[in-house]
Design a protein around this ligand. Structure first.
Ligand code: CTP
Length: 401
């Protein structure tokens, strides 16, 4: 999952030899699941085929003010559509025109209509690049909020060596991803989330478990990753999977294994969300061999499991600790007392009296109770949207502290 996923990316190609590399840039962005459209200056069509760019981006490539369907305002539409614009390669000519609000082609008119972030990847020969007028223009573009992707150093199309090569497509994507990442609300925060049930083994083939699917915890992890957090997801047995470069997914079986893993990472995290449905009891004795059905009746002696959340509450330093409560009666009272007893900063209450909430469902209905005992009520929503509400609440509390 890239921060570019689902973003509308508009690439503006201008007339430099590096234009051929834009085919790779389009491929990389599409691979990262961005929606890509390409516009071109007339000159750039000499350097790279619009047909190839259209095929790779899966969208028509435009370079005229008046589109094929005779609409004339496509520069405004394209600017409004895009979440970000990349001018690459950006020639000295286009940079000069951008710096001076000229708009004699579709690329420039779209740039002037643009309200979202514009990234500029200059590409030109070394003396052109160094020329003080060009440097002034680049400075001016920076001052008015454009982000300049540093040029590379090396062999140039002219045969000379030096500064001026367009950054490689991978570097352009890295630059933009890092820039977006820096602006995300949970960038740099370390979040530990637990998900799913725990299985407490009776013998090699049997266990005590519960119906938790893990959906709530995985939705929370996904949303936290979207907001730029580094996530450690400690998951009991589920059928779910999640992959992301900022995610460490640790799979466990029993409450004790979950406890051990949680404690390993606790000191280094900022936020903990304990959405796992941890088994409260485990068999007192683990049978090494499968229990045979010899007797008419079989009694299992159970003993209390370690309460992970209470242990976290006791060891809490600066972490923001969020627990879950699943209640069937006296919901609010029980949840409030759980919050206090376990030394939490927030508790998310699900009531089993709500038919759309809880185990194995795709929806959930929650109340969020804070340490100051304020209660927020939420409508029934998909677990993805519930995750948004929970993280919004946590962020609001952290920003007010
Ligand atoms: N929890 C935990 N370790 C346990 C039991 C629960 O960390 N052994 C955590 C859960 O992850 C959840 C919270 O405690 O965040 C509340 O779980 P719940 O089962 O509702 O509450 P309990 O504390 O077990 O209390 P009770 O069963 O009496 O309602």
């Amino acid at each position: 999952m890239s921060v570019l996923q689902d973003k509308n990316v508009l690439i503006a190609v201008t007339g430099g030899i590096a234009a051929y590399k834009i085919t790779y840039l389009v491929r990389l962005l599409v691979k990262n699941k961005a929606n890509v459209k390409v516009i071109m200056t007339p000159a750039s069509r000499e350097f790279v085929s619009p047909f190839v760019l259209s095929t790779l981006s899966k969208n028509p490539v435009e370079s005229e003010f008046i589109a094929d369907d005779e609409t004339w305002n496509n520069h405004v539409e394209l600017a409004l559509w895009s979440d970000l614009m990349i001018v690459a390669p950006a020639t000295a000519n286009t940079i000069a025109k951008m710096a001076n609000a000229q708009s004699d082609n579709l690329v420039l008119a779209t740039y002037l209509s643009q309200k979202s972030q514009v990234y500029v990847a200059p590409a030109m020969d070394l003396d052109m690049y160094k020329h003080s007028s060009n440097q002034e223009n680049i400075e001016k573009l920076k001052e008015i909020g454009n982000k300049i992707i540093p040029v590379g150093v090396g062999e140039l199309a002219s045969g000379l060596e030096g500064e001026g090569r367009m950054a490689e497509p991978e570097n352009i994507v890295d630059f933009i991803e890092n820039d977006i990442q820096k602006q995300l609300s949970l960038n740099g925060k370390n979040i530990l989330i637990t998900a799913g049930p725990t299985y407490e083994s009776i013998d090699p083939v049997r266990f005590i478990g519960n119906h938790s699917s893990g959906k709530m915890g995985y939705s929370l992890a996904k949303e936290a990753l979207k907001r730029g957090a580094n996530v450690i997801l400690i998951s009991g047995p589920t059928h779910l999977d999640l992959q992301h470069k900022n995610l460490k997914l640790i799979r466990v079986q029993s409450a004790y294994e979950m406890y051990t893993e949680v404690m390993k990472y606790y000191a280094g995290v900022d936020i903990v969300i304990k959405s796992a449905a941890v088994s409260d009891y485990k068999p007192k004795v683990y049978h090494e061999n499968k229990i045979k059905k010899e007797e008419v009746e079989l009694s299992l002696e159970l003993e209390k499991n370690i309460d992970i959340l209470s242990e976290l509450g006791k060891a809490k330093e600066n972490q923001f600790l969020v627990g879950f409560a699943l209640e069937t009666n006296n919901e609010l009272e029980n949840a409030k007392s759980k919050l206090k007893r376990k030394n939490l900063d927030m508790i998310v209450l699900n009531s089993l009296q709500d038919k759309d909430a809880g185990f194995k469902k795709d929806t959930n209905k929650i109340y969020i109770i804070s340490k100051d005992t304020t209660v927020d009520y939420y409508e029934t929503k998909s677990k993805e949207l519930v995750a948004v509400d929970i993280l919004d609440s946590i962020e609001a509390k952290l920003n007010n502290e």
